[in-house]
Ligand binder design. Structure first.
Ligand code: FAD
Length: 407
């Protein structure tokens, strides 16, 4: 089995990358250990900045036809305080998107995967990554996969891409993964029916964790609870409903919304998920999406990170495949794009996580945001990815922000 690029993992990062390269005529194989559609633990909110990427892949109409919720803002709740922020057109915005989507991951990921197949990528469901294959000089020259029947398959590739998510085996094989020990979290996710649809997603901050929820397609209500992993060991509740309910005291508004709702899917768990990688490119291999590092689901930006990373890596790989002698320069552009766009966002997310550990700070912030709606809008718009944390360091941004407020 030979190809130009073997992509491991068909989530948003892998499918987008495979699509981009296949449509340029490269031979791409996309392997996933699961058959699709498959479940993915997620808050199921696509930030507004994802839309230009969906347009570029030619799937916007298909996504809209699925009937996603148009998410126009976020209710922020915690410690008895509440504020609502809307996605706004702010100075320095890179796109004019004012709404994200609430959409089931199972359907969204299958849509992206199918589009990559239409673009020419060869789909290999139920093929699990086992190990990288290396030449004598250490360069990655392919991978060994295990198919559904347990047979080992050697796949030769000019490039192998790890897009296999937070617990990336490719990153582990490359010995670059590092867990973020202080963010040792675990998430439970499910769907409810019978909750009044709301065009705003919601976050309910708790000591050491949070609930996040959003309406998705078919009027389902997607709920996830993120808590420190140690609370699982300490749990006294016998079942997951009781475990989740034991956190409702800190989220009375959500408890009220769910009081008469029916849970229509099992609780599914994932964790720990926070990790970084020491390097993302290697001779013959690269990491993208969650496999290249992931911090925290609070701000709902992981899918955007996956789409951005896939596009940047796709451009670098196309250049490296066209001119193999200049591969290192091409890969440097991917690292640079990641450093400029994603790393500051991940740092901001880590900082936010640290701040949330101080209830007095959360209370004070939410109180201020409730009385100053523009502040709530700014924070929510920042999480929507249409502006960058770097913009906040520019006096010109604040001058324009203030001027827009007065107007
Ligand atoms: C609780 C929670 C809530 C979240 N909520 C949001 C949100 O609301 N909005 C948002 O934007 N982001 C959210 N995220 C983050 C988001 O889910 C991820 O950032 C996003 O899925 C990353 O996409 P990916 O393609 O890199 O990885 P994934 O979507 O995880 O895809 C990886 C793929 O690799 C496959 N795979 C894994 N191992 C192997 C193997 N050994 N061999 C072959 N295939 C393999 C898997 O089957 C999977 O299909 C959330 C994350 C969590 C944990």
């Amino acid at each position: 089995m030979k190809c130009d690029v073997l992509v491991i993992g068909a989530g948003p990062a892998g499918s987008t990358l495979a699509h981009q390269l296949a449509r340029q005529g490269f031979e791409v194989r996309l392997a996933d250990r699961k058959a699709f559609p498959r479940h993915k633990a997620c808050g199921e909110f696509l930030s507004p900045q994802c839309l230009p990427y969906l347009q570029d892949l030619g799937v916007e109409a298909e996504v809209r036809a699925m009937g996603p919720m148009l998410v126009r803002g976020m209710h922020l709740n915690g410690y008895g305080q509440a504020a609502t922020g809307r996605f706004r057109q702010l100075p320095a915005a890179t796109t004019p998107q004012l709404a994200g989507f609430g959409i089931r991951r199972e359907r969204f990921d299958e849509l992206l995967r199918a589009a990559s197949e239409r673009a020419g990528a060869v789909w290999m469901p139920r093929h699990e990554f086992v190990a990288l294959r290396r030449a004598n000089d250490g360069r990655v020259i392919g991978a060994q996969l295990r198919d559904a029947g347990g047979a080992l398959i050697d796949c030769e590739a000019r490039w192998v891409i790890g897009a296999d998510g937070v617990h990336s085996r490719v990153a582990r094989d490359l010995s670059v993964q590092r867990r973020v020990a202080w963010l040792d979290q675990f998430a439970l996710v499910t769907h409810f029916r019978g909750v009044t649809a709301d065009p705003c997603a919601e976050v309910h901050l708790l000591p050491g964790g949070f609930f996040a929820a959003t309406t998705v397609d078919e009027d389902l209500f997607s709920v996830n609870l993120v808590v420190p992993r140690r609370s699982l060991r300490e749990r006294s509740a016998a079942d997951w409903d009781a475990f989740v309910a034991s956190h409702f005291e800190g989220a009375p508004l959500l408890a009220e919304r769910l009081a008469h709702a029916e849970r229509v899917a099992p609780w599914r768990g994932i964790g720990p998920f926070a990790h970084t990688t020491r390097a993302q490119t290697f001779p013959g291999a690269a990491l993208v999406g969650d496999a290249s590092g992931y911090v925290d689901p609070l701000t709902g930006e992981g899918i955007y990170f996956a789409l951005f990373g896939a596009r940047a890596l796709g451009e670098a790989l196309a250049a490296a495949l066209a001119q193999p002698g200049k591969s290192e320069n091409a890969m440097a552009t991917y690292r640079q794009a990641r450093r400029r766009e994603l790393v500051p966002r991940m740092r901001a997310s880590s900082l936010l996580q640290r701040a949330l550990r101080h209830p007095w700070l959360v209370r004070a912030f939410l109180k201020r945001a409730a009385s100053w709606p523009a502040l709530a809008d700014l924070i929510v718009t920042l999480s929507g990815d249409t502006i960058h944390p770097r913009d906040l360091l520019r006096p010109s941004f604040w001058r324009a922000f203030r001027a827009a407020e007065v107007a």
